[in-house]
Design a protein around this ligand. Structure first.
Ligand SMILES: *Cc1c(COP(=O)(O)O)cnc(C)c1O
Length: 393
C-alpha cells in the first residue's frame, strides 16, 4: 500500500482540475493583454471570469480585489512588504506571531534590516495567539498585523475574526495567511473582516505555482513586480491562465464540497489521533483538540526518538509524512512552531505530522495505525534514552 499523509505539504491535483486547465494550453492560449484579435480577447474574458469566480468563493465584494500570484509565499511577501512600504510615512511597526510560516517570518526579518520594527507575539501551549496580546502590542507606529488563519504544522485555528476587530478598532491593516485553511474551513473575507488574505492552489488539490492575494479595495499597498499593466499594474507578468483556471476550479470544488469534505477529514483525523493515543505510550499531541484544530492535521511528539528516523522507517512502508525535527527544518534547531508552544528540544525532535485529505481511505488509516506502533517500538528499542527510562520503572 502507498499512503500519502502529507497533505499539509501539498495535495494531489484533482482530475477535474487537470481537465479545467487543458484548454488554456491548447485552445485559449492567447495573451490576455493582446486585445486586437479574438484569441487574446478570449483569454482576457476568461481571466475576468476566473477572477470573478475566485472572488465569489472567498466572499470578496469585487473581482478586482483578487490578485493572482505565483505562490502562497509570493502572496505573503507582497502583503507584508507592500503594505509596510506603502504605509511607511505612518509608522514602521509590524505585529506577527512566532508560529507563522517562514514566508511571513523571513519577510518580517528582511524588513527589520530596512528600518522596520517587528513584534513576534508568543502563543500559548496549543499555539493560540491571543487577541488581547495583539491589542497590547499595538503602538502609534503600528501599520500592519499579520496572523495566520491556521497553522500548517500543528493545525491551530487562530481567532482571526477577533484579531481583525482589534486591528480595525486601531485602524491598523490586517493580513492573514490562509494558505493552509483554504479548503479545510469556511473562508469569507468579509465575515473574517480581513484587509488582505493569502491562498495557494496546491494546498487544496490545485496546481503548484499559483496563488492569490485578496486586497480589499482602499488598502494602500506598493506594487510587487514592476513591468506591464497586468493585475491592475500591481503585479506585472503575463498571466498564468492555465494555473489560474486550475486554482479557480480547485477552489470551486473545495467550496462546493466543503461541508462534506471537512466532515470526512475530521473523522479520519480523529481516528488517527485516538488510534495513536490508544496504541503508543509516552506521546504528546501537539496543537489543540477538537473544533479549533485544522480538520486534516495530526501532530504528535514521540519521546526518546528522532522524527527523521520515524520518517525513514515509515518510508520503507511507503507512508509519506513529515516532521518538525531539526534535519527536516534544514537547521540545527527543531521547528520554530514546536519551540514556540514550549516543547523542550528533545521532545520537539521526535515530532511527526500526518495530514489527511478527503481522499484518505479507512484502509490507509488502519495501515498507518498498524505500522506506526511497530516503527516507534523498534526505534525506541534502539534508543539509549528509552533504555534509561525502562530501567527506572
Ligand atoms: C504552504 C504554505 C505557504 C507557502 O505556499 P507556497 O504556494 O508553497 O509558496 C505559506 N503559508 C502556509 C501556512 C503554508 O502552509
Amino acid at each position: 500500500m502507498n499512503v500519502y499523509m502529507d497533505n499539509n505539504a501539498t495535495t494531489q491535483v484533482k482530475p477535474e482540475v487537470v481537465e479545467a486547465m487543458k484548454p488554456y494550453f491548447t485552445e485559449i492560449y492567447g495573451n490576455a493583454s493582446s486585445k486586437f484579435y479574438s484569441i487574446g480577447r478570449r483569454a482576457e474574458q476568461e481571466l475576468a471570469r476566473l477572477r470573478e469566480s475566485v472572488a465569489k468563493n472567498i466572499g470578496a465584494d469585487k473581482a478586482n480585489e483578487v490578485y493572482f500570484t505565483a505562490s502562497g509565499c509570493e502572496a505573503d511577501n507582497w502583503a507584508i512588504k507592500g503594505a509596510a512600504l506603502a504605509n511607511k510615512s505612518r509608522g514602521n511597526h509590524i505585529i506577527t506571531s512566532k508560529i507563522e510560516h517562514h514566508a511571513v517570518l523571513n519577510t518580517c526579518e528582511y524588513l527589520e534590516k530596512h528600518g522596520f520594527e517587528v513584534t513576534y507575539l508568543d502563543v500559548d501551549e496549543s499555539g493560540f495567539v491571543s487577541p488581547e496580546a495583539v491589542e497590547a502590542a499595538i503602538k502609534d507606529s503600528t501599520v500592519l498585523i499579520s496572523i495566520m488563519t491556521a497553522n500548517n504544522e500543528i493545525g491551530t485555528i487562530e481567532p482571526i475574526k477577533q484579531i481583525a476587530e482589534v486591528a480595525k478598532k486601531h485602524k491598523v491593516l490586517f493580513h492573514t495567511d490562509a494558505v493552509q485553511a483554504m479548503g479545510h474551513m469556511k473562508i469569507d473575507v468579509k465575515e473574517l473582516g480581513v484587509d488582505m488574505l493569502s491562498l495557494s492552489a496546491h494546498k487544496f488539490h490545485g496546481p503548484k505555482g499559483v496563488g492569490a492575494l485578496y486586497i480589499r479595495n482602499g488598502v494602500r499597498i506598493d506594487n510587487l513586480i514592476h513591468g506591464g499593466g497586468q493585475e491592475r499594474g500591481k503585479r506585472a507578468a503575463t498571466e498564468n491562465l492555465a494555473g489560474i483556471a486550475g486554482l479557480a476550479k480547485a477552489l470551486d470544488l473545495a467550496t462546493e464540497s466543503l461541508e462534506k469534505n471537512t466532515a470526512v477529514m475530521t473523522e479520519k483525523r480523529d481516528k488517527l489521533i485516538s488510534g495513536i493515543k490508544e496504541r503508543i505510550p509516552y506521546i504528546k499531541l501537539n496543537g489543540p483538540e477538537g473544533e479549533k484544530r485544522l480538520c486534516n492535521n495530526v501532530n504528535f511528539s514521540f519521546r526518546y526518538i528522532e522524527g527523521e528516523s520515524i520518517l525513514m522507517m515509515l518510508d520503507m512502508y511507503n507512508i509519506a509524512a513529515s516532521t518538525g525535527s531539526a534535519c527536516a527544518s534544514g537547521s540545527l534547531d527543531p521547528s520554530h512552531v514546536l519551540l514556540a508552544i514550549g516543547l523542550p528540544h528533545e521532545i520537539a525532535h521526535g515530532s511527526l505530522r500526518l495530514s489527511v485529505s478527503e481522499d484518505t481511505t479507512d484502509e490507509e488509516i488502519e495501515y498507518v495505525l498498524d505500522v506506526l506502533p511497530q516503527v516507534i517500538q523498534r526505534l525506541r528499542d534502539m534508543s539509549p534514552l528509552y533504555e534509561e527510562v525502562k530501567n527506572k520503572v
